[in-house]
Design a protein around this ligand. Structure first.
Ligand SMILES: C[S@@+](CC[C@H](N)C(=O)[O-])C[C@H]1O[C@@H](n2cnc3c(N)ncnc32)[C@H](O)[C@@H]1O
Length: 323
């Protein structure tokens, strides 16, 4: 359960709370029903959780989880309005799911990445839009910050991080420039990093689509929070924890996340995995999930118009089959 923290959410921040992405589509796929148990792996401001909880009725249970302790204030509001029982866990969803018994939950969903509140709170250091400590930890009790990575990884390691997790074309130029800069003065703020990125890339690329620091910030955030490893482990644990007939959904915001979800579902939905050309099946492999989204569900134009963050969202879902 959540420990006490020194973070407090202002009324202003509550008013600006995260708008849930693909809400109707998620609820349509998950079909929450009265008396069921649902696990919201990434509670945030609880927009998805509130809608799911309303459908669980008095006998249902909503289990909420988030690495960020500041969600506790949003959870209190959702719990007050929910007709069902509610519980909140603080931690990485992969670990929280790992502690749950097999086949005990009807619905599990993940809405990945950072929340608007995390981006908008300057002191969290997720945004390149203003100068703040170079932090990016979703859970402020994590040991390693983005500044630690930028100040200690080798040029080769930084290049690999920027390429692999940010698909940054100028990865090596930025890594070299970082090394030069930190030998004079260690990085402490987002602004220092943005300045170095701008200097490291050719002038025309600075004026291309989006902020030139976006890809490096995404890459550092993924590594600071170990996001892809958590996702892969979380999906495996979610499968174990789901009851047969249970539904699993994930909303992702970049291709690395979406690929992880797609491959996970594909692996579970595959029947025979014998090498091609064998006259009969010798593997005996049976599908363990049925995919509910042949293609990822994406937001409609009106959702993107009212919430720019929704633009990159992709929703996939699957149902666990009887053994
Ligand atoms: C996009 S927001 C979720 C928004 C939420 N669905 C809503 O409607 O308000 C993502 C949240 O997931 C949390 N998160 C990301 N990775 C996590 C992980 N591995 N374990 C637990 N929480 C995680 C973040 O701290 C953030 O609060």
């Amino acid at each position: 359960m959540l420990p006490q923290t020194n973070y407090h959410v202002s009324e202003y921040e509550m008013a600006l709370a995260h708008t849930p992405v693909l809400l109707d589509e998620l609820v349509d796929l998950l079909q929450p029903a009265a008396g069921e148990t649902a696990f919201d792996a990434t509670f945030g401001a609880g927009g998805h959780a509130a809608a799911v909880a309303r459908r669980l009725g008095a006998d249902g249970l909503l289990i909420a989880c988030d690495r960020d302790p500041t969600v506790a204030e949003y959870f209190r509001d959702v719990a007050r309005e929910a007709p069902c029982a509610t519980e909140l866990y603080h931690g990485n969803f992969a670990d929280v799911l790992a502690a749950r018994p097999d086949a005990s939950v009807d619905i599990i969903y993940l809405d990945l990445g950072v929340s608007s509140m995390q981006l908008d709170r300057r002191e969290r250091g997720f945004s390149y839009a203003w100068d703040a400590p170079l932090d990016m930890r979703m859970d402020p009790s994590q040991a390693v910050t983005a500044a630690d990575l930028v100040n200690t990884l080798s040029v080769a390691e930084l290049t690999d991080v920027f390429r692999r997790y940010g698909e940054e074309r100028y990865a090596v130029d930025i890594a070299r420039r970082i090394e030069r800069q930190r030998s004079r003065q260690p990085f402490e703020t987002t602004g220092q990093l943005v300045d170095v990125i701008k200097c490291a890339i050719p002038t025309p690329a600075r004026f291309g689509a989006g902020n030139p620091a976006r890809r490096v910030f995404q890459a550092l955030r993924i590594v600071v929070n170990n996001e892809l490893e958590s996702l892969a482990r979380g999906l495996e644990e979610a499968y174990r924890v789901l009851k047969p007939g249970g539904r699993l959904a994930a909303i992702s915001f970049h291709s690395l996340e979406d690929r992880t979800v797609k491959q996970f579902f594909r692996g579970h939905a595959a029947g025979c995995i014998c090498p091609p050309g064998l006259p009969i099946c010798v593997c005996g492999h049976e599908p363990t999930m049925r995919v509910l989204t042949r293609r990822p569900v994406t937001p409609r134009a009106h959702e993107i118009e009212s919430n720019a963050r929704a633009k990159a969202a992709k929703l996939r879902a699957a149902v666990k089959l009887e053994a």
